[in-house]
Design a protein around this ligand. Structure first.
Ligand SMILES: Cc1ncc(COP(=O)(O)O)c(C=O)c1O
Length: 402
């Protein structure tokens, strides 16, 4: 057994977790007792150093305004160097209370009302919400599915970027939910197109630290050249501390950076609370070996799902992700057996497994569900067995009526 025990189950029901809240689970899948494999937080404790740092802070018992410490930014810079081989000047980094807050703020700076923002779909649903609620429009560039892999449709992307209405590209790299870590060639081609058509880029890289061994993540701003770009990263997914809001932006262009910082200040969004920086600092300083152990554990879970589907449920095809603890499952071949039953509700009601509905990521995802496999292997095995049983029953029913 490795130094960190990802196998031990921590009861999360009644722990104020939205992922485990039975009324939410019921509303999403019609079965309050289904086990949650939907929302993107993991069922693991963070690195021990994070819990220790928070305990020490809490033991102090006085929780007034924190000092504007530069320690966490310094730790993040070192992390960028170690994890992504990227060295950035300190002044390019700005903190925000969460990644989505940062993205919404950058949208305010890099586009104006009525502009189009290009998104590669299927996409993380809050992208749509943020774009629309900020009075911008969504221009879709659907990813191309080639077997169990998604690719960028560069021709369609060029058409979209060439349209003067579209002033901004909101990139998701690694991509949620397609699981792709866009490689250096993909990103360079995107940067070239954006330079050609003068389109700025916001790159959401919240899942970047969770890239599996052998896959290299390239931060967009590190190759952006002349393209105006904002790259966002955070410790929230990496170290499973998403409930504490903190994110970092890297903005190479000084003018865009100061406009972004001015906007955050105008909304009073520049000052984090006391706990998030404590957790982030400990994670970046001491979390590396924990992260490596986590990735090895997640890899085993992934292999388990892939092998299980291949052997027992070939109607469900795992889109094996190159990063992170979430994966799309292509259920196209299962649909004829379902006879128009809703995919997510079927798994929830008949197998007690609540997935994230693929349609949440846009119509391009409607034949899919998304699994969060950042959980104990034993829980995953139980869920897979129940899914197999539910699909076996579907097949038996099909035979009966043939
Ligand atoms: C691609 C992506 N961006 C942003 C977020 C949320 O970031 P935050 O909670 O820091 O706003 C998530 C959470 O799942 C995500 O997957």
């Amino acid at each position: 057994m490795n130094e960190y025990n990802f196998d031990s189950k921590i009861e999360r029901k009644y722990s104020d977790s939205i992922k485990w809240d039975s009324s939410v689970i019921n509303a999403l899948g019609g079965n309050p007792d289904a086990d949650p494999f939907w929302l993107a937080d993991m069922d693991f404790s963070p690195p021990p150093a994070v819990s220790e740092a928070l305990k020490t802070r809490i033991a102090h018992t006085v929780f007034g305004y924190p000092a504007n410490s530069s320690q966490v930014t310094t730790a993040f810079r070192s992390w960028l160097k170690i994890r992504h081989n990227w060295q950035v000047p300190e002044e390019t980094i700005t903190l925000s209370p969460g990644l989505l807050t940062g993205i919404a703020s950058a949208i305010q700076i890099l586009s104006k009302k009525g502009d189009g923002i290009v998104v590669q779909t299927p996409a993380y649903n809050p992208f749509f919400t943020i774009i629309e609620k900020n009075g911008r429009t969504i221009t879709r560039n659907p990813l191309l599915q080639q077997g169990r892999r998604f690719l960028i449709d560069f021709q369609n992307l060029e058409n979209a970027l060439a349209d003067p209405l579209n002033t901004l590209l909101l990139l998701c790299s690694p991509h949620n939910p397609a699981g792709r870590v866009w490689n250096h060639a993909d990103l360079t081609a995107i940067a070239n197109l954006c330079e050609k058509y003068q389109v700025a880029v916001i790159s959401d890289e919240i899942h970047a630290d969770l890239t599996y061994p052998g896959i290299i993540h390239t931060p967009f701003s590190s190759i952006a050249g002349e393209v105006i770009s904002v790259t966002f990263m955070a410790p929230s997914k990496t170290f499973n501390i998403a409930g504490e809001k903190i994110a970092f932006s890297i903005i190479p262009d000084p003018s865009i950076r100061s406009q972004y910082q001015y906007f955050l200040e105008s909304m009073s969004l520049s000052h984090p609370g006391i706990f998030a920086p404590v957790a982030a600092l400990a994670a970046y300083k001491h979390g590396f070996s924990w992260l490596n152990a986590l990735l090895a554990y997640l890899r085993k879970n992934l292999d388990l799902i892939d092998t299980f589907f291949g052997k027992y449920i070939p109607e469900m095809e795992l889109i094996v992700p190159e990063a992170s603890f979430i994966a799309f499952i292509d259920c196209t071949k299962l649909l004829p057996l379902l006879k128009k039953k809703n995919l997510t509700r079927f798994f929830s009601k008949e197998a007690g497994v609540l997935f994230h509905a693929g349609s949440w990521f846009g119509p391009e995802g409607s034949n899919f569900v998304r699994i969060n496999f950042g959980t104990q292997t034993s829980a995953l095995k139980d869920a897979l067995k129940r899914i197999r049983k539910a699909v076996d029953i579907l097949r038996d029913q099909e035979k009966l009526f043939q």
